[in-house]
Design a protein around this ligand. Structure first.
Ligand code: EPU
Length: 335
């Protein structure tokens, strides 16, 4: 295991932000991980996976550990289900493709989500009506305080919309995850309007899991910028949840406000709509701005700094608070 000094993180964050780590190491086994934590006990340590959900706003005085444990395997549970074990350093989308190739269903709607598999439970990744928690069995984590490995079952992970126990407690490092997928009689989730439209266009009456994956990839790549071309980390904010009373008040001024009912008193509002309505969609200042096709995505056109993007995101939050009296929470982790 090699430790690099004064290492540029530009290729380790999908925002493409230039920042320097005093020390950097890429870890490919759990043993290596335990060892490096012990030998750098007193240093600041930052753990990164694919770097697709972080905004780095400073140089790191300490050690950045890139979790790069590879491996994917499966075992049949019953006639209908297969358990898939994925080590945290595997690219998530490669795993989705692996599952499709092996006719395993349940995560096709999560196609093309950037990042590594170890990050998937941290924010309970979700898209097009499916969340990781729907197929999640358990994960194995390292507690960096005790250097002990613990197992968390689905119900112990406190999964919520873009949230989990691992997002709150940064001492747990995800080592591997186990998913329960279907190996026959797949249950497709295709209610989303945009999926239905594509099925009609493509004249697919009886879609299979690969058809759904293909459609999701099409929809995503049309709207979301490819981080290899324009730095970004997908949705920058979460979709806020407001009360029925608040929604009623907003409807007086904004008749066209879209919403999704969660319960009698709770409604989810698309943050992208709020940001667009506030006039930020496509807005560019220097090398940063809001993407022209998806208002929830903040982009780095070149040499923006993490601090510039963070300040810009705060100005968006302030505008949304002022106009709609809604607090936007960040989805991206700021370092
Ligand atoms: N909208 C706008 N302006 C825009 C874009 C969207 O007004 O520029 C409004 C429209 O009313 C649209 C609604 O927002 O109907 C929802 O838009 P979309 O379906 O694109 O989804 P989203 O709420 O913006 C969420 C996730 C995405 C996920 C999609 C699809 C969050 C924070 N984001 O986005 O996840 O792919 O749904 O399920 O929940 C991510 O987390 O990085 C991510 C990309």
């Amino acid at each position: 295991m090699k430790i690099y000094n004064n290492f540029s993180l530009i290729n380790h964050n999908s925002f493409g932000i230039e920042a320097i780590a005093e020390k950097f190491a890429s870890i490919s086994t759990v043993q290596e991980l335990k060892k490096i934590i012990i030998s750098n006990r007193n240093e600041e340590k930052i753990f990164i996976g694919g770097g697709s959900n972080i905004l780095i706003t400073r140089n790191i005085k300490g050690l950045v550990i890139n979790l790069n444990m590879k491996g994917i395997s499966s075992k049949k549970i019953d006639d209908n289900h297969t358990e898939v074990k994925i080590n945290s350093g595997e690219n998530w989308n490669d795993c989705v493709k692996w599952c499709l190739k092996n006719n395993l269903g349940g995560i096709e709607n999560l196609s093309l989500i950037p990042g590594n598999s170890g990050a998937a439970p941290i924010q309970n990744i979700g898209a097009y009506g499916v969340e990781l928690k729907d197929v999640f069995i358990s994960c194995s984590v390292l507690d960096i305080n005790t250097n002990k490995i613990l197992e968390f079952k689905n119900e112990e992970c406190q999964f919520e919309y873009r949230n989990s126990i691992f997002k709150q407690n940064k001492n747990y490092i995800v080592l591997s995850i186990k998913l329960k997928l279907t190996n026959s009689k797949h249950i497709l989730k295709i209610d989303y309007g945009s999926i239905q439209e594509r099925l009609l266009q493509l004249k697919i009456k009886h879609p299979n899991i690969s058809d759904v994956a293909k459609i999701i990839c099409q929809i995503r790549s049309e709207k979301l910028p490819d981080p290899k071309e324009i730095g970004n980390s997908g949705s920058f904010f979460k979709n806020p949840i407001i009360t029925n009373k608040h929604l009623k008040e907003l409807k007086l001024n904004f008749q066209d406000i879209p919403y999704y009912k969660l319960s009698e008193i709770k409604y989810k509002i698309p943050a992208a709509w709020l940001i667009e309505k506030a006039g930020f969609k496509g807005k560019r200042i220097k090398d940063y701005g809001v993407h022209e096709k998806q208002a929830l995505v903040i982009v780095n056109y070149g040499k923006a700094t993490g601090k510039q993007i963070l300040d810009f995101s705060i100005s968006i939050q302030k505008a949304i608070k002022f106009i709609f009296d809604i607090d936007l929470d960040r989805e991206v982790n700021v370092i």
